[in-house]
Each structure stands twice: as C-alpha cells, then as structure tokens.
Design a protein around this ligand. Structure first.
Ligand code: ADP
Ligand code: MG
Length: 237
C-alpha cells in the first residue's frame, strides 16, 4: 500500500510548461525526496499528486488505480505544508482531530487516534493549548499529527522545515526519519535543502525546469551525477 506511479505528467499554465512529461515510480514505504531550484516544479508536482491541482496530461496511479479524477480526500494521501495551516482558535487536540470530525468519526476513535498521534509526536502536554502558544517546531508537529490521524498511504511534505531555525531543523530531520521508520508509509518530501535530501532520502529526484535531471540514492547522485546540473546542485563534480 502506497505505491505511486507518475506516467508522463505535465502541467501547463497558459503557454508555460511548469512540469514536462515526468515519469516516476515510487516504491511502497519509500522516502522519496524532490529537490531542485526555486520554480523547477516541485510544489506543482506535489499538488497534482495530492489532487489540489489538475494535471494537463498524463496519469497518476496509486496502488494500481488511476486517481486523476479522484477527489483529494479519496486518494489516501495527506499533505503537510511549510505554513502549518493550523486553526488558531482551536486547541492542539481539536486541530489534530479536525479531519476525523469532518469524516464524522466516532468520538472514541477520534480520541484513540489523536492520543496516538500526540504520543508519536511528543505533544501530550500541549493538547489543550492554542497553536499561537507553541514554537514553530511544535506547530509543525501538530500539522504532522493532523496528517497522521488520517492514516494515509502516502504522506506529502512541501518544505515543512523551511520556516524553522537551523537547530530545530536538525531535530526535525531526525524526528521525521524516525516517524517514517515507525509508520512505514510512503513519504514524498519536497525541499531545497541539500542536507535534508542527503540525510533523509532513500532516493532523491533532482528536478530542473520541469523535468527530472536524475533519480537515485543520495550517494549515487553524489558520486555519479549524470550531468553538469546534478553535479553542480548536489554532486561531487
Ligand atoms: P517550486 O515549488 O519548485 O519552487 P512551483 O511548482 O511552485 O516551483 O512552480 C513551478 C513554475 O510554475 C514556476 O515558474 C511558477 O511560477 C509556475 N507556477 C506555479 N503555479 C502557477 C500558477 N497557478 N499560475 C501560473 N504559474 C504558476
Ligand atoms: Mg515550492
């Protein structure tokens, strides 16, 4: 569960091709990192996988099923954004519970899942607080908790650590790697931070100008960059 295939995905905005015939296989349980310079199409690709943006062409296949026409909530995907997107007037508990309430889940199930997420993310003592009283790292944990309770097959992260300072980013890199091991879910993680890519990824996808410049394990990209762009961006020229 959580195998993703992209088949010749494109996205055009007017006459501009932001994503150009991208094909990719993401394995079940894989931690896949998308890197590349600003504007190369990382967020657009992620938003198409999530269903927040239509594709202009190509197929998105999850566990053997084409999902292009499925609503975001039906895809078994949860997305975490850089900006947290929490509800300021709700407690941490209610923020994490929110997607389950929308689904109309029973109270006992909500409590069980929210408590479990709180335990995984070390938020037990924060449950009655409002997001405004939390640090940036804690807020991002709440946003991750809200994704966890949905028990998605695939987690999508769009630069989740880029609002945090360097020390917190280092802590959260370790936390997210631990979370991936613990949950075993497929994770697709967008960043422009090479350290995050090199330390967290099973495989890295290097994007440039809407196309894939190279896909490979971190050390493979580092030691055997396929072209000058990859060498300059991540490799060891
Ligand atoms: P990244 O996340 O890699 O920085 P994006 O996926 O956000 O890049 O954007 C890729 C390209 O598509 C950029 O040139 C951006 O300006 C353009 N783009 C993204 N969204 C839109 C939109 N809604 N309308 C027009 N152009 C867009
Ligand atoms: Mg982006």
């Amino acid at each position: 569960m959580g195998q993703l295939t992209l088949e010749k995905i494109t996205k055009t905005f007017g006459t501009f091709e932001a994503v150009r015939s991208v094909s990719l296989d993401v394995k079940e349980g894989e931690f896949m990192v998308f890197v590349g310079p600003s504007g190369c199409g990382k967020s657009t690709l992620l938003r198409m996988i999530a269903g927040l943006e239509n594709t202009s062409g190509g197929d998105i296949v999850i566990d053997g099923k084409r999902v292009n026409d499925l609503a975001p909530v039906k895809r078994g995907i949860a997305m975490v954004f850089q900006s947290y997107a929490l509800y300021p007037h709700m407690s941490v508990y209610e923020n994490i519970a929110f997607p389950l309430r929308v689904e109309g889940a029973p109270e006992a199930e909500i409590r069980r899942k929210v408590d479990e997420a709180a335990r995984i993310l070390h938020l037990e003592t924060r449950m009655n607080q409002k997001p405004g009283n939390l640090s940036g790292g804690q807020r991002q944990r709440v946003a991750i908790g809200r994704a966890i309770v949905r028990e998605p097959k695939i987690f999508l992260f769009d630069e989740p650590l880029s609002n945090l300072d360097a020390a917190l980013r280092a802590d959260m890199r370790i936390e997210l790697t631990r979370l991936h091991k613990q949950l075993g879910s497929t994770m697709i993680y967008v960043t422009h931070d090479q350290v995050e890519a090199m330390t967290m990824a099973d495989r890295i996808v290097v994007l440039n100008g809407g196309i894939i410049a190279q896909v490979g394990a971190p050390l493979e990209l580092y030691h055997k960059p396929q072209n000058v762009f990859v060498a300059g961006f991540i490799g060891n020229p």
